[in-house]
Each structure stands twice: as structure tokens, then as C-alpha cells.
Design a protein around this ligand. Sequence first.
Ligand SMILES: [Zn+2]
Length: 145
Amino acid sequence: MTTLKDLDRCTYFPVDCEALLAVGWLGVDADYPLGEVHADFFEKLKALCAEPWQPVAAAGFHQCELCQFEGPRFSSNLFVPFGGCIYVAPIGIVHYIAAHRYLPPKVFIDGVLACPPMRSMQYHKALLVNGGRSLLNGRQNGLTA
Ligand SMILES: [Zn+2]
């Protein structure tokens, strides 16, 4: 997986979407902030990551590089529309927080807490109004399985 700085534009996906910002794209060589998060945020994040909406099919698995041994593997990503942007995090962010004490940016925490349930009409509306039209169109064009 690509390592990206938090809140940098995320160009990882084959869709043209200016609104996508990266959160939690951690690798073994990347510095990342450490800290504690509120349990409410962690529970909501876990719920959103259980079956996250995907605009494109994931290209293979990524294994956690921060674990010394037997890091978990994951492939999906979480899209969080909030405040005129769409924050995209690998679902491994749940593991990064729980096991490696990663502290995501506050705006992402606020976005997760405000995020409508996956696959709800409100979630799709939030994607649209926060700049995600091309993500939704990509899905209609059959980019995903
Ligand atoms: Zn790990």
C-alpha cells in the first residue's frame, strides 16, 4: 500500500476526485501522531468499517507494516464525507488505532462521528454534497465488482 501523509490529496484511486484526502495511510517508515481517542469515536469507526461502501474494487491486500509479526491484512477503504471533503482511510485504521495508538486528525474524528450509516440515503447524499460525484459515477460505470 502507498504511504500518504494525513490530509494530503489521495490520488490512489483511478477516479478523478479533487475532494479525496488521505487519513491513516501508514507505513513502517512514516511518522504518525500517537495519542488516545474517545471510545465513542472508536466504536463508530468500527461500525463504519464493518462493511464500508466502495467506489472501486480494491486492488489486492495490504498487510500492516507496523506489526513486527503477523500483521493483519485488509483491502477495503472507508470514505467519510465531511466539511466539503471526503476523507479516505484504509479500514486497517481500526487496527492502527487499537494496536499502534495512531491518532487521526481531529477533522477526521469529527467526520466519523457525524457520518451517516453506510448505504443509507443520507450517506450517499453526503458523498454528493462533499464533492464525491465522480466516485458515485465511477461506481455506475462499472468500475467496481
Ligand atoms: Zn499492526
